[in-house]
Design a protein around this ligand. Structure first.
Ligand code: ADP
Length: 355
């Protein structure tokens, strides 16, 4: 959808390592904005990759920040640096182009081709009301960070990341365990130095950890949605009573769970020195429809009617994480972004009328 006169896009940053659920999150987000997840390039969703560089719904455009890599894969062999290293990324151009989009101007964005690791001919990007920048460094450069209206970090713990990579690269793509471990180890120093510190700047972080319900269990997940307070047009979601500390075991007869059971928690805490509210789910549920029971106890979900959260989860029942806290927290984040957009759009409209 073209911008209306005087309208400026809102810009959302989504940071995460590759293979950590960005495509799945984008799918949940665009589904809430009414997108089918199929861009004009004809790309669809699969777990192998998000069709980036394209208009994904009438409202949203997603830019993959890998497109701002300075060198292609061969070039990095010469520099001996990983793509996680800021020196391998063109932050000047990233800033210039995102600032232009935010100002309502089109850009000629470079294209990094993941298949062969080379840089393709740039493409024209026309701004839409919501521009999402996703990749390794959306919050790294201060100038780019200042352009963001909301920022999200998908924080997958090392243990879970390894399990997901084993599942995808070993079981589905036939890679060896040694090669997976080697590639994780090789990336780790730069990941810790340049990617993880961006958590400090995230308005919302989804932390994915191994369950605490059973020490032996390597598959079940404990997921924490860490929501910063004081972010403009964002009201953190809470369980039962805002500001309290809550530990809740939903009645198994209302929310069935095979495996080690299911618990929820809520509380406030300091996250990188800033006050935050945290909603947590540990465990797996059997039936998405029963999630409506959890939804009935959550407030500030940014939904428009009771049941909308569960409905959104049901719509993407086949997506990874739809039976645990990853899907739930991603969906909550998507609704928060929708509300933020609607509030900002309404305020901008009012400003135009008043001018
Ligand atoms: P990215 O876009 O960051 O590369 P994807 O969303 O494509 O990540 O997910 C990559 C893979 O990680 C999926 O194919 C799946 O195996 C695993 N994965 C992602 N999210 C989850 C989840 N919530 N639960 C379990 N596995 C997941």
């Amino acid at each position: 959808m073209a911008l209306k006169e005087g309208e400026k896009p809102i810009v959302i940053g989504v940071a995460a390592d590759s293979g950590c659920g960005k495509s799945t999150f984008m799918r949940r987000l665009t589904s809430i904005f009414g997108g089918e997840g199929v861009g004009p390039l004809g790309g669809g969703f699969d777990n192998g990759g998000w069709e980036t560089n394209s208009l994904v719904s009438d409202l949203t455009t997603v830019l993959c920040l890998d497109d701002y890599h300075l060198n292609d894969r061969n070039g990095r062999k010469v520099t001996q640096r990983t793509a996680l290293d800021p020196l391998e990324n063109n932050f000047d151009l990233m800033y210039e182009q995102i600032a232009a989009l935010k100002n309502g101007e089109s850009i000629e964005k470079p294209i990094y081709n993941h298949v062969n690791g080379t840089l393709d001919t740039p493409e024209t990007i026309v701004p839409t009301p919501i521009v999402i920048i996703e990749g390794l460094h959306p919050m790294y450069d201060e100038r780019v960070r200042d352009l963001l209206d909301f920022s999200l970090y998908l924080d997958i713990s090392d243990e879970v990341k390894l399990n997901w990579k084993i599942q995808r690269d070993m079981e589905e793509r036939g890679h060896s365990l040694e090669s997976i471990l080697a590639s994780i180890e090789a990336r780790k120093p730069d990941f810790d130095a340049y990617i993880a510190p961006q958590k400090e700047f995230a308005d919302l972080t989804i932390e994915v950890l191994p369950t605490q319900l059973d020490e032996e269990d390597k598959k079940t997940l404990r997921v924490r949605c860490i929501q910063k307070e004081g972010v403009s047009d964002f009201s953190p979601c809470y369980l039962f009573d805002e500001g309290s500390t809550i530990a809740w075991t939903p009645a198994p007869s209302k929310l069935s769970s095979s495996g080690p059971g299911l618990t929820m928690a809520y509380g406030t805490e300091d996250y990188y020195g800033k006050p935050a509210q945290v909603v947590e789910m540990d465990g797996t549920f059997d039936n998405i429809q029963e999630l409506v029971y959890v939804e009935s106890q959550l407030s500030n979900t940014s939904t428009k009617f009771y049941g909308e959260l569960t409905q959104a989860m049901l719509k993407l029942a086949d997506a990874p994480g739809s039976n645990n806290g990853t899907g739930l927290m991603q969906t909550l984040a998507a609704f928060a972004i929708r509300e933020l957009y609607e509030k900002k759009a309404a305020a901008a409209k009012l400003a135009v009328i008043e001018a």
